[in-house]
Ligand binder design. Structure first.
Ligand SMILES: [Zn+2]
Length: 329
């Protein structure tokens, strides 16, 4: 039920990147669960291969993929993780502290992307599978963005469609930030419906809506249903979530799979400054995750969960409490 392997738990600090994606987020969650359930085992990843070029082309433009798969993909990673400020100086990045080159981070992320796909595939047979990783929902057709290098969500779904294992899918995104890459990638794809509950203010919605030529910036493209949440609306969060799920169900077919982009960054103890507009308690987050689980289970929809955003020392608690309730069942 849980896909976890220490090798896939990449540590940004090893690359000199100073984003508070604490190195042990997945590990702490897994260790906590393992202490209670000693039968839990790490997933064997010895046969796991990275996403291939043809996999990546299911979501991304060839020009981007060629650059990403080249021998020097550093620039793509620097853009994606926002490691340079407007003046061209390093930002949140100290190459002198790096133990590994950025190209290794690319390789780890491509391996993680394949784990997201395998999680979705396992969800089809087991009913539910949870990957302690993945969920790179900001990655757009033309490049990585917002710490998300490739959109493993859409790649995984389209791989399953290509294999004729599913016809259609929903993506339910409860990360604090709008699932803008996923929305962009599915603008013309009626086989994937997207729901995003996110902060009504802040990144990525705090930049200009239109570019200098008057075109809508792609991170404003709409999901099938977007439900912005504003500061102070936290007590109604789960009501909004339920209303949005019911609304999707009224309009569209039952999906062959739901991918839950299960970010923990709406947590009040999250440490990334850009998540400060949404502050759910641990109890509200458990209610959120239980609501999602019960809603899809009662409709017999296979559920694949990806970890997505969650920053700082406490983010592991959000995942651990939900997985603990699932393991109790
Ligand atoms: Zn986020």
């Amino acid at each position: 039920m849980i896909f976890y392997n220490n090798k896939l738990d990449h540590r940004l600090c090893d690359y000199g990147i100073e984003i508070p994606l604490v190195k042990s987020r997945s590990e702490r969650c897994f260790q906590y669960l393992k202490d209670k359930y000693p039968q839990l085992k790490e997933t064997d990843c010895s046969d796991l291969s990275p996403l291939s070029k043809s996999d990546l082309l299911l979501a991304h433009k060839e020009e981007y993929i060629d650059s990403l798969l080249s021998e020097n993909p550093d620039e793509e990673l620097i853009k994606c993780f926002e490691l340079r400020d407007q003046k061209g100086n390093w930002y949140r990045y100290n190459p002198a502290n790096a133990k590994k080159p950025l190209i290794k981070l690319r390789d780890e992320i491509l391996l993680q992307g394949m784990a997201s796909f395998e999680t979705m595939e396992k969800a089809l047979s087991d009913g539910l599978y949870y990957f302690l990783g993945g969920g790179m929902h900001h990655a757009m057709s033309f490049g990585g963005r917002g710490f998300c290098l490739v959109n493993d969500i859409i790649i995984g779904i389209r791989k399953l469609q290509k294999m004729n294992k599913i016809q259609n899918a929903w993506v339910v995104d409860v990360d604090a930030h709008k699932g803008c890459g996923t929305a962009e990638l599915t603008q013309d794809d009626d086989s994937i419906r997207t729901l995003s509950l996110h902060m009504g203010k802040g990144w990525p919605l705090d930049s200009d809506k239109y570019d200098e030529k008057g075109r809508l910036n792609p991170w404003f493209l709409e999901s099938t249903i977007d439900r912005p949440i504003y500061s102070g609306e936290e007590p109604d969060y789960n009501t909004f979530l339920l209303e949005s799920l019911n609304s999707l169900e009224k309009q569209f077919h039952k999906p062959g799979l739901v991918v839950i982009v299960n970010g923990s960054d709406p947590y009040e103890k999250d440490e990334l400054p850009s998540t400060s507009h949404l502050n759910l308690s641990l109890a509200q987050l458990l209610e959120r995750d239980t609501l999602l689980y019960e809603w899809f289970k009662s409709r017999n929809v296979p559920q694949a969960y990806l970890m997505s955003g969650g920053y700082g020392d406490c983010s592991w608690e959000v995942y651990a409490q939900f997985l603990e309730t699932l393991l109790e069942k």
